[in-house]
Design a protein. Structure first.
Length: 633
């Protein structure tokens, strides 16, 4: 237990040789005691768990022979007891975790500036730099200890996110590194490895004991992990604050706090960047050749500026719960604010400049992240690739609303009823859409469809596509740029200027007043293909629909009355003769407020064809069956 007591107090009253004042000393001593109590409790709990589990295994091993001395020997009973004992004993054995790097290993020969910065932080903290440093994708950094036995031995590894390097400045990067090395300085990784090993053992035991909570033997293996997790996560939260203290003292309060805020925000930004700027292109088999250059450009875009305004008005951050591994950001910032440390100037130099030939490394890593990409393109070509998606929308409009043309746009944008039918034709999922935001959804569909339609025709007549991460798709001609989406949105809002601007462009480019989009036959067939083929049958008084379960969308209205949608209730149906173990199909049944408790009455599963994935549902009536068919048209 000595190593445990030493790790709990190291780095708390004195850090890097800097003595704390008496107030700090008192608070930290109390904190150290709290940490020590929890750590000792976790280790005691861990020993209790192993002892009790061994006891259960021993009982299972002995029980068949005890039964045999008083009753007739039951071979099946003995086999089950021995199998259970073997499974439990196997779950207790430490499993050797393999570390599979998710990025390239960085070396000092290749990146001397980066390693000079890492070594400087390690030297000031008087801690050994991990033997291996790897690059990962995230806007994050973390440390781990792999190999060894229950946290002892093994090798230390530092993983640095290329996303973090892409957005942090040098001071913020040093703060992040100091935080991660702080986990090694205090020895927390040893305790973390021990805790992780025990959690894995508990999980394996639960898997072997099955999923039925009514099994008496399973109950202690269910509540014990929950209690152990509650204790150890409290330890983890304290460890994070200890590591934060190192970050503050090494890099300064401003660098630490600004880095915390930026990393949380930029993690959200990276997900949005991938979702809106990368994944749609990946669906067309192309990937921008440098994700991280695009990410930096996205962070200064109008889309991210708008997103930050939305996030600022979001639900305030909750306090950390009992099962959270980290304190809340606000708690960590409050902890930093109360520390009295000398302020340090910020070094605003971008952190990615620590890498040698950062652009080449970013391109190489992008290629490793998308090994199945058909083609890599520079960001300058992204506009042309996005244009294909807009051309597909224009083809869908023309195929599904054959009479539509440039000349019909003004009347459509003035007529709300016309917009309803137009939007349902272009996007059938709006058929039966009884949600409070229906008007906004209709306007979104109309705005995008008309923007894509007009822009595609203008591009046919000489304008070129251009865009940048986080910016709307624009058209350019003789140095003049036009944002078709913005013009159509303003037109929908009732402003006169956009209509006049588009008319001027049409005249200058020689576009016919009644111009229509030319749809290739292959595109027409694709546009007219149903989202999911739905067959409606009437068998006596019953009405059934047959459709592919994975593609079929249910109308966004109550399945029982067609009223305003309030809930999607998960309902499970048992289907006999299925190959799967559970034999169940789960359907999210749309209901109104009044029918939320009667969702089981909406559908009856007649048949599930496992080979084809088609399902046959009996529905409340013919009108609802036809609504399903139309919304999947």
């Amino acid at each position: 237990m000595r190593w445990l007591l030493s790790l709990t107090t190291r780095g708390l009253p004195h850090v890097s040789g800097l003595a704390l004042d008496s107030t700090d000393r008192k608070g930290n001593v109390m904190w150290a005691r709290s940490y020590t109590v929890r750590a000792m409790l976790a280790v005691g709990f861990l020993l209790l768990y192993y002892t009790a589990t061994l006891g259960v295994a021993v009982v299972l091993l002995v029980l068949p022979f005890r039964v045999d001395t008083t009753h007739r020997f039951h071979a099946l009973f003995a086999a089950l007891c021995l199998a259970g004992a073997g499974a439990i004993l196997w779950s207790l054995l430490p499993q050797r975790e393999r570390f599979v790097p998710s990025g390239p290993r960085l070396t000092e020969d290749e990146h001397p500036r980066l390693f000079a910065a890492l070594k400087d932080v390690a030297r000031r903290m008087e801690v050994e730099l991990p033997s291996e440093v790897f690059l990962v994708e995230d806007v994050n950094a973390y440390v781990t200890q792999v190999g060894g036995f229950l946290g002892f031995g093994g090798r230390r590894i530092l993983c640095i996110g290329l996303g973090l390097l892409a957005v942090d400045n040098l001071s913020q990067f040093r703060a992040a590194v100091a935080h991660e090395l702080g986990h090694f300085k205090g020895g927390e990784t040893k305790l973390a490895s021990l805790i992780y090993s025990t959690r894995s053992s508990m999980s394996r035991a639960l898997v072997f004991l099955g999923e039925d909570d009514r099994m008496p033997l399973r109950k202690p293996f269910t509540w014990v992990p929950k209690l152990f997790l509650r204790i150890t996560q409290a330890i983890s939260r304290q460890q994070e604050l200890v590591a934060d203290e190192w970050s503050i003292r090494i890099a300064g309060k401003r660098a630490h706090i600004s880095g915390l805020r930026r990393e949380v925000l930029h993690a959200v930004a990276y997900r949005r960047f991938l979702e809106h700027e990368v994944y749609p292109l990946v669906d067309k088999d192309v990937v921008p050749d440098n994700l991280f250059e695009g990410f930096r450009r996205y962070l200064v875009s109008s889309a991210w500026a708008e997103a930050q305004q939305e996030l600022a008005g979001a639900v305030p951050e909750r306090e950390a719960g009992s099962y959270d591994s980290h304190p809340s950001i606000e708690e960590r910032i409050a902890f930093a604010e109360q520390m009295e440390v000398p302020e340090q100037p910020l070094d605003e130099t971008p952190a990615y400049t620590l890498l040698s030939d950062a652009e080449t490394l970013e391109r190489r890593f992008t290629a490793e992240l998308w090994p199945n990409a058909v083609e890599f393109i520079p960001w300058a070509e992204a506009g042309a690739r996005w244009s294909k998606l807009w051309n597909e929308t224009a083809s869908r409009v023309q195929a599904r609303v054959p009479e539509f043309s440039w000349a019909r746009v003004p009347s459509l944008l003035k007529d709300t009823a016309a917009q309803e039918s137009f939007a349902e034709a272009v996007d059938p999922r709006l058929v039966g859409y009884r949600v409070s935001d229906r008007a906004e959804r209709v306007q979104e569909v109309v705005s995008h469809a008309v923007s894509a339609y007009l822009a595609s025709i203008l591009a046919q007549h000489g304008m070129t596509w251009t865009t940048s991460p986080g910016e709307s798709l624009k058209l350019e001609w003789n140095g003049e740029r036009v944002d078709p989406s913005a013009l159509v949105e303003q037109w929908l809002a009732g402003k006169r200027g956009p209509a006049e601007e588009l008319e001027r462009l049409r005249t200058r480019l020689g576009v016919a007043e009644d111009a229509a989009w030319s749809v290739p036959e292959e595109a027409r067939a694709k546009a007219l293909a149903p989202l999911a083929p739905v067959t409606v049958l009437r068998i006596g008084d019953a009405v059934t629909v047959r459709a592919p379960l994975s593609r079929m969308g249910l109308p966004h209205c109550c399945a029982l009355c067609g009223g305003a949608l309030a809930h999607h209730v998960e309902t499970r149906f048992h289907v006999g003769g299925m190959m799967r173990d559970d034999g169940d199909v789960t359907i999210q049944v749309p209901t109104c407020e009044a029918h939320a408790r009667q969702s089981h009455k909406a559908f009856k599963v007649r048949r599930y064809e496992e080979d084809s994935g088609f399902i046959t549902l009996e529905v409340p009536g013919l009108a609802y069956a036809e609504l399903i068919q139309r919304s999947n048209a």
